[in-house]
Design a binder for this molecule. Structure first.
Ligand code: GLU
Ligand code: ZN
Length: 280
């Protein structure tokens, strides 16, 4: 008998779709990557419905998503949807506010554009208009992370992407992101960070389009004392002319292909091969 190996942390991955549109091929690849990594590591693969997009959320799509995943031949464990977790988001948001790490922002999208905001890695970088002014209490306010204060509070941080390697946290690509929306006690960034921790996710897998967001999530983990997962951002599927596949460019919904009688498991196999060619 050899020396006793320390027990490795159980591998937990997840697929976290938002029910504000049908799933397409890019989603299928994300789900397959997360599923296959979990299976290969004898871990768990979770499904979490991220249904807090206000009026854009259509909860009835969650059932369609489950049928899509089944059609692709995947098996999963479902964890509670985001809409059931709003109270825990509010608690975390209040803790960040109490430490002065968030500031209220009453700007509208139009005002942000008019203030000459520059394009960051995921949309406009907030120009900081509200950072140094008292918010008008009569106006609805979102709460933004003060990136400067956050960085001072955490000190230098690093996170690990399975493909790209260690990444020094740099919040400049996204700026002062919204942590609490005007209409909700959270934003995508806060909700996903808290949920991944609550669900015990150890490997966050998703498309490379969300790479920049991981800098924010690592920061929130450090600020909130949450465990640090690893990340795996997979390359995105491109269509024939090198554009990111997206619904708006007419990539057919999985549900449509399923209804047309296509074999989902064969499609999953094709996506696995395409993924290998992309460089996992
Ligand atoms: N709910 C997000 C989306 O559908 C994905 C969340 C994530 O993987 O971090 O875009
Ligand atoms: Zn503002």
């Amino acid at each position: 008998m050899g020396a006793r190996m320390p027990a490795a942390a159980p591998l937990v991955t997840r697929f976290a779709p938002s029910p504000n549109g049908h799933l397409h091929l890019g989603h299928a690849l994300s789900a397959i990557v997360a599923h296959d990594l979990a299976k290969a590591g004898e871990g768990r693969f979770l499904l979490r419905i991220e249904d807090i997009d206000g009026p854009r959320s259509r909860p009835e799509l969650a059932d369609e998503f489950r049928r899509d995943l089944e059609w692709l031949g995947l098996e999963w464990e479902e964890v509670p949807a985001q809409s059931t977790r709003l109270a825990s988001y509010a608690v975390a948001a209040e803790a960040l506010k109490a430490r002065g790490l968030l500031y209220p922002c009453t700007c509208t999208r139009k005002q942000i554009e008019a203030a000459g905001a520059i394009e960051g890695s995921d949309g406009l970088i907030y120009p900081g208009t509200c950072k140094h002014r008292a918010a008008d209490p009569a106006l609805p306010a979102a709460w933004r992370l003060d990136a400067e204060k956050a960085l001072a509070a955490t000190g230098p941080l690093v996170w690990e992407d399975a493909l790209a390697g260690p990444q020094a946290v740099d919040l400049s690509g996204l700026g002062d992101v919204v942590i609490v929306r005007k209409d909700l006690p959270a934003s995508y960034h806060l909700a996903v960070t808290l949920d991944d921790a609550a669900d015990g996710v150890t490997l966050v897998t998703r498309g490379a389009d969300l790479f920049a967001a991981s800098h924010v999530h690592r920061t929130l983990q450090a600020l909130l004392g949450l465990p640090e997962p690893r990340w795996h951002h997979h390359p995105l599927l491109m269509d024939a002319d090198g554009q990111k596949l997206a619904k708006r460019r007419g990539s057919p919904a999985l549900a449509e292909r399923r209804a047309a009688g296509e074999n989902g498991q064969m499609l999953a196999e094709q996506l696995r091969l395409q993924h290998l060619r992309l460089g996992t």
